[in-house]
Each structure stands twice: as structure tokens, then as C-alpha cells.
Design a protein around this ligand. Structure first.
Ligand SMILES: Cc1ncc(COP(=O)(O)O)c(C=O)c1O
Length: 438
């Protein structure tokens, strides 16, 4: 079938899949929709919706995992707080790339950062009777507010778009001053916008977290991928920017999924500050039966969720951390491939009359990386997506990420070089129907 696909064809598939509007579709639904349209039309889609790693898994991890399985670890329950080599190497890793000191005790594996945030929401919601709300600095990864919904926890949120720099401090304080915020969550670099907080902004967040005694859950799923700075030399500046430099109230989410392209093995580390790990909370003892945050996190929350993390995957992660710290695995340079694709993609979109929605980190352009955002004058995000589907282009509407801006999230991970001319041609046809000056 020619591009654009007919309205009838698209509507028929939408109806069959019970999707009333493409803008409301989840990522999985969007993938299914585009795959179905590929079958019917015989045209390959340009997939900009999926956030899977687009690089091969780290070979160092694979070898270590195979070796671990051959040595018999599958038979044994791993230590629930993490196997000793992983805890040691994770602690080294945060020192090497963040310049943060955390005892191995506070470095705890989870089944992906997905479980890391889920468990962190639970523990932080039990610290203080009055603090029962998670504050999301939006936009964000849509599964995380869903986790709060599943847990029945209250949410507060704001879109960071209008609150950068000093304004972030004011807005954050406005929310924290209510006294009900158990934890603040954001990702940095940010999914979906690739906004990266400046040192000044991280300092505001950290200082306010201390002032209002709340926990920062900092999601570093894309650690090292702000392509404006190279943090890949272990134990040498510059380091990954982190709130951990400005407060003791932090829990860091270190996912192996994108850092080491190890998403399939579902493994991550939660790194809890020494002070928070050992802090006694009387309310915690009443509700979760353990008085310190670290022990409640491990021996109540993780125990009830999965009683530990896949033994061989922990061996893999330990080996990858070790290799990175020893300068034998330059994950930062390997992941620069996403920045290369983002730069090319942005060029194609800008040339065809689209704009970057979240375009700045204060006075600097956002960097190139795993995600970015696009908009088109005259279109809401939902409408733009609904239209682009007819051109064999799929993405996700920013609305589904808690953003109040109009546009789409574009993910660079699945792009191959042959997709760039294909996208360019399809946007050219789009522009015939929707000329730029109208
Ligand atoms: C910001 C963010 N956090 C967490 C995750 C999930 O990490 P994991 O695969 O370790 O569960 C993702 C994956 O897309 C993400 O974008």
C-alpha cells in the first residue's frame, strides 16, 4: 500500500485492537498496532516508540553469567541483600563514575530498576505517618506513576518545562512545604525529554530534600549518556551529575538495561546512602517490622517481592561493574551510538519543519541521546501521532508521560542507517498534505 495509508485501513486496525485513540495507546499497544499495519500494508514502519536497548548485550556480562551457571549457582538461593562480589563492585562503580561513597551494604540488586522504584516507593511511604505521597518531577517513565497506582499511593507532580533553574527550587518548595511528600522521583537524563538537571538544579533538589526530610529517588537508567560530557574515565572527573553530591537522603537507581544493554536479564542496583540505610524510623518498625530503612528495604520489601535477584545475573552485573571500574569496559563510549542516531534524526525532523519541544537545559541545548521530543505547529501530540501512523511512523504522545506540552517522544534505539532516508521521504509526503506555512 502507498504512503499515506488510507483512513479506513488504520481505523479498521484501531477498532480491531480496541484502541479508541492512538494518543491513548500504551507503548505495547503502539508496537502491536504498527506491527499489524506492517502486515496489512506491506510497508515497514520507522519505529520511534520502543525503548529497548538497540545495542548488543555486554559480552563481559554474558561470559560471566555463563560461567556462573556452569559453576552451579542456579541451584542456590542468592543472598537476599545481593551476592558479595556484586555489592563490592557496585560500591566501586558509584565511586568510579559518580564520585560518591556508598558502603557495599547499601548496594542492593533488584529485578530491574522497575523493582527498584517499586520497592523504594513502598519503603519511603512507611517512614513517616504524615508523608504518604510520591512527588513526580514530570515528564517521566509512565510505568512509575502506574506503580504508585498499583500500590494505592498518592501522587503529586508538576511538568518541569516551565520550572528550570531557580524556578525549579520555588516550585519544588511549594510542593514539599505541604509536608506530605515521602519521596521525589525523576530520571536524569530524563525519559522522555532528555532534559538533564544542571548542578545548580540538583543542588536545589538535594538541599530541599534535606530541609523537608524527604527521600530523593534518582533514576539513573541513562547514566553517562549526556553526550555533552564524557564521564567514562573511572575514578576521574568529570563524573555523572547526581543529587548524591547535595544531600544524604538519596536512593540511586542503577539499571543495567541501558548502561550495559542487559535489559533481558532484568537486573539493576539500588544504591542507598550510608546515612539513610542506617537511619532509624520508629514508624517503619510499627508498619514493616524493621526500624532502619536499609533493613526494611531488604528484609521486608525485597523479601516479600522476590526474595532476591537471579543469581547468575548478579554475577554478570558484578563482572560488568568490575570491568568498567578497571577501565576495561568503556560503556560510555559504546552508548554514544544513541547520540549519533539522535543527531541524525533531529536533523531530519528539523529539516522537515518539526521542532524540539524540550529543547534546552537553561541556556544549553539538550544533548543527543536515547530520547528526544518533537512537535509540529498546529498539532496536538495526540493528533500528530494519529496522523504520523498513516505515514508508517510510530512514537508515543508526550501526554502519556505526564507532560503538559504538545508533542511526541522519539526513541533513537531501534533506528538503523537505512531508516533515515525512509523517514525523510515520509515526512516529505506528510509536508505535501500539511505544508509548513499553513
Ligand atoms: C527512566 C527509566 N527508568 C527505569 C527503566 C526500567 O529499567 P529496568 O529495565 O532496569 O527495569 C527505564 C526503561 O525504559 C527507564 O526509561
Amino acid at each position: 500500500m502507498e504512503i499515506p495509508f488510507s483512513k479506513e485501513t488504520v481505523n479498521e486496525v484501531l477498532q480491531k485492537m480496541h484502541i479508541p485513540h492512538v494518543g491513548n495507546a500504551t507503548i505495547r499497544q503502539t508496537v502491536a498496532l504498527s506491527e499489524e499495519l506492517e502486515k496489512i500494508t506491506g510497508q515497514k514502519f520507522v519505529h520511534l516508540e520502543m525503548g529497548s536497548p538497540g545495542l548488543p548485550a555486554s559480552q563481559i556480562g554474558i561470559e560471566a553469567q555463563k560461567k556462573a551457571l556452569d559453576s552451579g549457582v542456579a541451584q542456590k538461593y542468592p543472598n537476599i541483600s545481593g551476592i558479595a562480589p556484586l555489592k563490592k563492585q557496585a560500591s566501586r562503580f558509584v565511586k568510579a563514575f559518580l564520585n560518591v561513597d556508598i558502603n557495599p551494604e547499601g548496594c542492593i540488586p533488584t529485578v530491574g530498576s522497575m523493582m527498584g522504584t517499586f520497592a523504594s516507593f513502598i519503603v519511603t511511604n512507611h517512614l513517616d505517618e504524615k508523608k504518604d505521597t510520591i512527588l513526580f518531577i514530570n515528564p517521566g517513565f509512565s510505568v512509575q506513576p502506574l506503580q504508585a497506582n498499583v500500590l494505592g499511593y498518592k501522587k503529586d507532580m508538576f511538568d518541569v518545562y516551565d520550572f528550570r533553574g531557580e524556578k525549579l527550587k520555588e516550585e519544588l518548595e511549594r510542593h514539599l512545604a505541604k509536608g506530605n511528600i515521602a519521596a521525589i522521583l525523576y530520571s536524569n537524563p530524563n525519559n522522555p525529554t532528555w532534559v538533564c538537571f544542571t548542578e545548580e538544579e540538583l543542588q536545589y533538589i538535594g538541599e530541599l530534600a534535606t530541609k523537608y526530610d524527604t527521600v530523593v529517588i534518582e533514576d539513573l537508567a541513562y547514566l553517562g549518556m549526556d553526550s555533552r560530557k564524557y564521564i567514562g574515565k573511572p575514578f576521574e572527573a568529570p563524573y555523572q551529575s547526581t543529587v548524591a553530591h547535595y544531600t544524604d537522603n538519596y536512593m540511586l537507581m542503577l539499571s543495567a538495561s541501558k548502561i550495559f544493554s542487559y535489559a533481558g536479564e532484568r537486573v539493576a542496583t539500588v544504591a542507598i546512602s550510608d546515612k539513610l540505610f542506617n537511619r532509624v524510623y520508629p514508624h517503619l518498625e510499627k508498619t514493616l517490622g524493621m526500624d532502619t530503612l536499609g533493613r526494611a528495604f531488604i528484609f521486608t520489601v525485597l523479601y516479600t517481592l522476590s526474595s532476591g535477584v537471579c543469581h547468575s545475573a548478579q554475577c554478570a552485573l558484578a563482572a560488568m561493574y568490575e570491568a568498567a571500574c578497571d577501565g576495561k569496559l568503556d560503556f560510555v563510549t559504546e552508548n554514544r551510538e544513541y547520540a549519533r542516531r539522535a543527531a541524525l534524526l533531529k536533523e531530519v525532523f528539523l529539516k522537515n519543519g518539526f521542532h524540539i519541544v524540550y529543547d534546552k537545559d537553561l541556556d544549553q541545548d539538550v544533548s543527543d541521546g536515547f530520547f528526544f521530543t518533537i512537535g509540529r505547529k498546529g498539532f496536538s501530540g495526540d493528533d500528530l501521532l494519529a496522523e504520523l501512523i498513516h505515514y508508517g511512523i510510530s512514537a508515543i504522545s508526550l501526554r502519556t508521560t505526564g507532560s503538559e506540552q504538545q508533542g511526541l517522544r522519539v526513541c533513537t534505539s531501534m533506528l538503523r542507517d537505512e531508516h533515515f532516508p525512509m523517514l525523510d521521504e515520509r515526512l516529505r509526503i506528510f509536508n505535501e498534505k500539511y505544508p509548513l506555512d499553513k
